[in-house]
Design a protein around this ligand. Structure first.
Ligand code: CAA
Length: 256
């Protein structure tokens, strides 16, 4: 198995574990990630997912180039659709995810990180969409998610030059939420702890509403926001949250 999935209380931890190939994404690894995400979605009591890579060097060095080279066109199309579908599953998971980028995140590895809700980077982490250097373009969502995160001009610069972005720059341009010194897993637990205390269904509505902003024109997005914010308002947790505010006490959310 090249993907490990562990449970730590309210957290699930998915770790790419193929360090000898810098955690590169073969078809088999993509299938394993998809299966692990299905397992996370079915786990009762999980409130967030942490995604990271085994080994000192890499979060994930992208699509497995050795496998990629020998694909037929039909297999390549299948590969792009498979990668996109697995990363869409991550993006649409019922719980938020935090990529803990422990090293290189190139090509499909950067795309995996971008499909997570949040990204934390170790100081030695580095990002890039170097496909252009292989005569390719990103195929697992990078051309769509990168401009949404950093703006079109920066995304074009990074995709057309394939250059490497160090962690500090990634933070400055909004590609990662923060650079974390020290134990990255511990930083991930602390980061997740800042939102997992809140109502799970309301967190999901908030994520869906924000995702819609990237998916659609402003007016349609505003209509979605009106619908989803009304759905949130109807939850018992919203009633509890507003009551607690007025009563000057801490709310007790019950995920309903
Ligand atoms: N696919 C398959 N194997 C890979 C790999 C990849 N993407 N990246 C690294 N490896 C393998 C290497 O071939 C090497 O294996 P061997 O020991 O058997 O030769 C092993 O992992 C260690 O890698 P290096 O010796 O190259 O390590 P390094 O520290 O010298 O360099 C690196 C690290 C700069 C990340 C370099 O490995 C590299 O440039 N990798 C390719 C990165 C890349 O181009 N990614 C984009 C892939 S295309 C894509 O992802 C398309 C898409 O949109 C989905």
């Amino acid at each position: 198995m090249a993907v490990d999935l562990e449970r730590e209380g309210g957290l699930a931890v998915l770790r790419l574990n193929r360090p000898e190939a810098l955690n590169a994404l073969s078809f088999a690894v993509l299938d394993e990630i998809g299966a692990a995400l299905d397992a996370v979605a079915a786990m009762a009591g999980v409130r967030a997912l942490l995604v990271t890579g085994a080994g000192e060097k890499a979060f994930c060095a992208g699509a497995d180039i050795k496998e990629l080279r020998h694909r037929s066109l039909a297999e390549q199309k299948h590969g792009a659709e498979l990668g996109q579908a697995v990363f869409a599953k991550l993006d649409r998971l019922p719980v938020a995810s935090v990529a803990l980028v422990n090293g290189y995140a190139f090509g499909g590895g950067a795309e995996l990180a971008m499909a997570c809700t949040f990204r934390l980077a170790a100081p030695q982490a580095a990002f890039g969409l170097p496909e252009i250097k292989l005569g390719l373009i990103p195929g697992y969502g990078g051309t769509q998610r990168l401009p949404r995160l950093v703006g079109e001009a920066r995304a074009l610069e990074l995709i057309l030059t394939g250059r490497t972005v160090p962690a500090a720059e990634a933070e400055r341009i909004g590609l990662v939420n923060a650079v974390a010194e020290g134990d990255l897993l511990e930083a991930g637990r602390a980061f997740a702890g800042r939102f997992t205390r809140y109502s799970l269904p309301v967190l999901e509505l908030a994520r869906r509403a924000v995702q819609r902003a990237g998916d659609t024109a402003l007016q349609a997005g505003l209509e979605t926001e009106a619908d989803l914010s009304t759905l949130a308002y109807r939850t018992a947790d919203a009633e509890e949250g507003m009551a607690a505010f007025e009563e000057k006490r801490k709310p007790e959310f019950r995920d309903g």
